[in-house]
Design a binder for this molecule. Structure first.
Ligand code: COA
Length: 333
């Protein structure tokens, strides 16, 4: 048998830079309540959301991704041509094919680097970080650009009571690279396809096309069931992630859970017995739920506000449709 040589990579991977893009238009609860017979008070009390950002016509998935990536590359001190792979996590790129990652890489100038999209909904960014980290350690890439981006308003019905006030738009990006010390801990990830229907696109495209008056099949969610799953199960995943990285809550500086609901964030922090001094991402209040973009957006805000500092230890945990989840401990660049 012919023996093949195999690639070897860096001993460890780390995040070198983070960037994000928030659409210009701020949409307060008051703009949405009439169509769903709700109130600013109800939305704030049940979800913690005060306002969110909706993308305008020029703020496409590609435009937001490129803007977030340029900031991340700049902070990392890495040129686009040094990127060996572009991974885009999204559920709202509206062309079935080709992957938007290829167009984003071309616009950035990543010099024909491999580029592909992944679909893991709100857990997509943490899936991308796990893949990128393993590629760097496995030798298939030196620098990887991971983007989480959504224009959820394209697939949200503003008359759907259960989702209209939750979903929003934006992009976040991270540049990953080689390191002498671990800057990205082992991923803990999984899925529960038995709960496939809890958050989903309402209909299959083929079913939409046979309707008399076809409408965009928007997202629907069984909110209470998702709420219970996230509040109870995700705290256990968070603890397992700390265990796999060989640290405890006492070693954490920053906690960045998926920005789905402020009450879920509080419930997780309580279950994990997070010490008071751990800074917790609460971007949801001003950004809503941006699915794959939520964690890098929240992290970037904390970096900009000085709440997350270089060298801090942060736990990222993302969960959503699938139901899919992924979590890892990272060092803030
Ligand atoms: N405005 C006002 N009232 C509303 C409403 C709205 N938009 N939507 C539902 N209600 C009413 C319901 O009719 C119900 O009324 P009733 O008690 O008279 O029957 C009541 O409010 C409670 O509804 P419920 O669906 O149980 O609310 P909730 O406390 O579960 O909050 C969510 C709803 C969506 C905020 C919450 O379930 C949630 O955030 N779920 C998790 C979402 C998530 O994590 N997604 C992550 C993956 S993307």
């Amino acid at each position: 048998m012919t023996r093949l040589s195999s690639a070897t990579g860096a001993p460890h991977a780390t995040i070198l830079g983070i960037g994000s893009y928030r659409p210009d238009r701020v949409v307060p609860n008051s703009e949405l309540v009439e169509a769903i017979d709700s109130s600013d008070e109800w939305i704030q009390q049940r979800s913690g959301i005060k306002e969110r950002r909706f993308a305008g016509p020029d703020e496409s998935v590609q435009m937001m991704s490129v803007a977030a990536s340029r900031k991340a590359l700049d902070r990392a001190g890495i040129e686009p041509a040094q990127i060996d792979c572009v991974i885009v996590a999204t559920v709202s790129h509206m062309l079935q094919t080709p992957a938007i990652a290829t167009a984003i890489g071309y616009e950035l100038g990543t010099d024909k680097a491999p580029a592909f999209d992944i679909s893991a909904a709100c857990a997509g960014f943490c899936h991308g970080v796990a893949l990128g980290s393993d590629m760097i350690r496995g030798g298939s890439a030196k620098h990887v650009l991971v983007i989480g981006v959504e224009r959820l308003t394209d697939i949200t019905s503003l008359s759907d009571r259960g989702t209209a006030f939750i979903f929003a738009d934006g992009a976040g990006a991270a540049v990953l690279g080689p390191a002498d010390e671990p800057g990205i801990g082992p991923v803990v990830w999984g899925s529960d396809g038995e709960q496939f229907d809890l958050i989903r696109q309402k209909e299959d495209w083929r079913d939409v096309l046979v309707q008399d008056r076809p409408e965009m099949p928007h997202l629907i969610m069984q909110g209470s069931a998702v709420f219970r799953w996230a509040s109870f199960e995700m705290a256990k995943i968070a603890q397992a992630t700390l265990d796999r990285s060989g640290i405890s809550v006492d070693d954490l500086d920053v906690f960045v859970p998926h920005q789905a609901n402020m009450r879920i964030i509080d419930a997780m922090a309580r279950s994990m017995k997070l010490p008071e001094r751990v800074r917790i991402a609460r971007d949801i209040a001003h950004q809503g739920n941006t699915s794959a973009a939520s964690i890098p957006l929240a992290l970037d805000r904390m970096i900009d506000d000085g709440e997350a500092r270089s060298g801090d230890t942060a736990l990222l945990i993302a969960f959503g449709a699938g139901l899919a989840y992924a979590a890892q401990v990272v060092t803030i660049p």
